[in-house]
Design a binder for this molecule. Sequence first.
Ligand SMILES: Cc1cc2nc3c(=O)[nH]c(=O)nc-3n(C[C@H](O)[C@H](O)[C@H](O)COP(=O)(O)O)c2cc1C
Length: 261
Amino acid sequence: PYLGDMGWFQMYPPRDEAIRNDMIQRVKNAGFTTLVVTIDVPAQSRRERQIRGGLVQPPRLTPRILAQVAGCPEWALRTALNGKPRMKMIETYGKAVMESVASLPSNNHVGYLLRTAPDHSYVKLLRDAWDGPLIVKGVMCPDDAAPLEGLGVDAVWVSNHAGRQFAGSPAAIDMLPAVKAATNLPLIFDSGIEGGLDMLRALALGADFVMMGRAWHYALGAIGAKGPAHLYDMLVDDLNSNMIQIAATHLSDLPDLLHKY
Ligand SMILES: Cc1cc2nc3c(=O)[nH]c(=O)nc-3n(C[C@H](O)[C@H](O)[C@H](O)COP(=O)(O)O)c2cc1C
């Protein structure tokens, strides 16, 4: 009831069949209607800035982190009241995973069984197991996109994970036209959208929907709970004013205008 009919669940594809089936069942029971499977994290990447910043899961209270916490009393109080951030979804699998892959490096256990590099046959498995809309996220090349419609996928999400997974990845916006040409499925786009003009560019290049990741976090970090609504207003303003500059009256005008200018 809490999710209404708007609940999208983003899943990293579990390697282990029992975990996959259990996860899908839990997702269904929780009332999610749309399943998004992220395919662009075949393994953990080295994220130097995160390592340097001491970001680990679960969070560890080192002297440095404690010093930072002391500088953010409101955050510290709220966190003390609500508890440390936890990954409840995967916590359940932690023990089983540890026991079944005892030969792997200790810091890799959960990640190893919870993620894999899915191919098209994996997408078919998910299609058979999930009766609601299925979206594949992290598609960056036409060859990957082309078979998805035939497999019963409902939309393709062009994304390079905000560039944080593979530093050598091309920009998602550069791959969008080729993916568009390879499929008739609706296209969702993200990675690098910073304002209304970027949204306009993505829509003009063939995206049907545009998403943003970091921007919402920045908005929250800057002004708290009011941030996302404020960002939304800024985006609408920016999108409108840029559409006026090019005489676009509807979002559906954008692809044609691209060819006109
Ligand atoms: C801190 C952080 C965590 C993320 N975690 C996930 C994740 O768990 N699953 C996923 O599919 N994408 C994840 N992403 C990628 C976002 O879903 C999204 O594709 C990306 O942030 C869009 O690019 P943008 O930040 O430039 O808008 C994460 C991104 C950030 C910045």
